[in-house]
Design a protein around this ligand. Structure first.
Ligand SMILES: *Cc1c(COP(=O)(O)O)cnc(C)c1O
Length: 367
C-alpha cells in the first residue's frame, strides 16, 4: 500500500545525504576495504566519543551486542538476569542463548522497567540486570544502579532505542558494564542492513568483545582464545553509519521538534495518552512516539484508512508465546500496554505537512 505518511521513508532519507553516502561507498569499494579497516575503527572512535565511553566495538546487530555482553558478564547456566517484560524479544533471548534465565519485571507508565518491582525479583541466583531504554527514553538509572550496587549485580544497558538520550546528565550506554546498540535500518542511527555495537569503559570487556566477534581469534597473532561468533560490523556499513552519525545531533533535534508538535497538536484529548512524562532528569530522543488509548484497534484502523502507517510495539507480550518458555503472567502494565499503544510516524524525513496531517487525522477520530 502507498501511504500518504509512511512510518519511515528510507528512499527519502537516502536523498537527504546521497552525496555523502555515495562518496563513502566509492571510497570503500575503490580501495576494496571490506573487513575491519579504517572505516570500522573510525566509526568506533566516533561512536565512543558520542556516547562518552573509552571504547566502542562494532558488531553485527543489537542482538549480538546483548549476547556478547551476557558472555562478558559471565552469565551461564543457572544464573538469573532481570529484564523488563515490555521490550523487544532480543533482550530476553540473549540471556537464554547465553545459558541464563530471564526474570521478567513489569514496566511503569513510561514503558521502562518499574524500579519499585526490581528487588522482589532478585534471588541468590541473580547475576545481572538489563535496563532497557525504550522508545528513546532512559530508565531510572539512579535507582537501577543503587539496587545493582546493593545486590552486587552487573548492569548491561539495552540502549538500542536511545542513542543520544541521557538521564541525570549521563548518556545512554555509558553507565553499565556495556551499553548495547542496534543499527537496524529503522533505529535512530540506522544502517542499510543489520549492525550493532557495544560501548564500554572497561578495557577487558572491549578486548573480549573484539575476540568474540571474530571467532575468538586475535587477528594479529592468529591465536584462538574463545569459542566465538562471526558477528563483525561490516566495514561498508561502518562507513555509512559514520556519515549518519555526523548528522545525528541535528536529527535528534528534529525528532524533538516533531514530538513537540505532536504534543501541542494532540494534548487535551480525552482517552489519549502522550509520551511526555514529567521527570526533569530525562532527556528523551523519541526513537518512537507512542500514544496510548483504550480505543487502540479502532484508532489504528482509522489511521490506516486515512493513509497513515502506524506500528504497534507490541500487540502481544513476548512472554505469552509458548515457544519462548517464559513466565511473565503477573505483568499487568505490560498486558495493558499491549492492548493500548500505537507508534505514530516519527523520523527525520517526514515533512511539516505530513506531521500536521497525522495530528488532524488523530484529532478527527476523537472529536
Ligand atoms: C532493535 C532492538 C534490539 C535488537 O537489535 P537488532 O539489531 O535488531 O538485533 C534489542 N533491544 C531493543 C530494545 C531493540 O529495540
Amino acid at each position: 500500500m502507498n501511504y500518504k505518511v509512511p512510518f519511515v521513508d528510507s528512499k527519502k532519507n537516502y536523498q537527504l545525504i546521497k552525496n555523502e553516502i555515495d562518496s563513502a561507498y566509492n571510497e570503500v569499494m575503490t580501495a576494496g576495504d571490506l573487513i575491519m579497516r579504517g572505516q570500522l575503527s573510525g566509526f568506533e572512535d566516533n561512536l565512543a566519543a558520542f556516547v562518552g565511553t573509552k571504547y566502542a566495538v562494532g558488531l553485527n546487530s543489537g542482538y549480538d551486542a546483548l549476547h556478547v555482553s551476557m558472555i562478558i558478564a559471565g552469565i551461564k547456566s543457572g544464573d538469573e538476569v532481570i529484564v523488563p517484560a515490555h521490550t523487544f524479544v532480543a533482550t530476553a533471548s540473549a540471556v537464554v542463548n547465553a545459558g541464563g534465565t530471564p526474570k521478567l519485571v513489569d514496566v511503569s507508565k513510561d514503558y521502562n522497567i518499574d524500579v519499585s518491582k526490581i528487588e522482589a525479583a532478585i534471588t541468590p541466583k541473580t547475576k545481572a540486570i538489563i535496563p532497557v531504554h525504550l522508545n528513546g527514553r532512559m530508565s531510572n538509572m539512579d535507582a537501577v544502579q543503587s539496587i545493582a550496587e546493593k545486590h552486587k549485580l552487573i548492569v548491561i544497558e539495552d540502549a538500542c532505542q536511545s542513542l543520544g538520550a541521557s538521564y541525570n546528565g549521563r548518556k545512554a550506554g555509558s553507565i553499565g558494564l556495556t551499553g548495547c546498540w542496534s543499527f537496524y535500518p529503522f533505529k535512530i542511527l540506522g544502517g542499510y542492513g543489520d549492525g550493532g555495537a557495544i560501548t564500554t569503559n572497561d578495557p577487558e570487556a572491549a578486548r573480549i568483545a573484539r575476540l568474540l566477534r571474530y571467532n575468538g581469534e586475535d587477528r594479529t597473532t592468529g591465536a584462538y582464545y574463545y569459542h566465538g561468533f562471526t558477528c563483525l560490523l561490516d566495514n561498508l556499513q561502518a562507513a555509512f553509519l559514520d556519515v549518519k552519525l555526523r548528522h545525528l545531533p541535528n536529527w535528534i533535534k528534529r525528532r524533538k521538534e516533531i514530538a513537540k508538535q505532536y504534543l501541542d497538536g494532540l494534548s487535551g484529548l480525552k482517552d489519549l495518552g502522550l509520551p511526555h512524562f514529567d521527570d526533569h532528569k530525562n532527556d528523551d530522543v523519541y526513537q518512537n512516539y507512542v500514544i496510548r488509548t483504550s480505543q487502540r484497534d479502532n484508532l489504528s484502523a482509522w489511521l490506516k484508512e486515512n493513509g497513515i502507517e502506524i506500528l504497534i510495539h507490541w500487540p502481544k507480550p513476548y512472554y505469552s508465546y509458548n515457544g519462548l518458555n517464559l513466565d511473565g503472567s503477573y505483568c499487568s502494565e505490560t498486558e495493558s500496554i499491549s492492548k493500548e499503544v500505537i507508534s505514530l510516524p516519527m523520523n527525520v524525513e517526514i515533512s511539516e505537512e505530513q506531521v500536521q496531517y497525522v495530528i488532524q487525522t488523530v484529532r478527527k477520530f476523537f472529536v
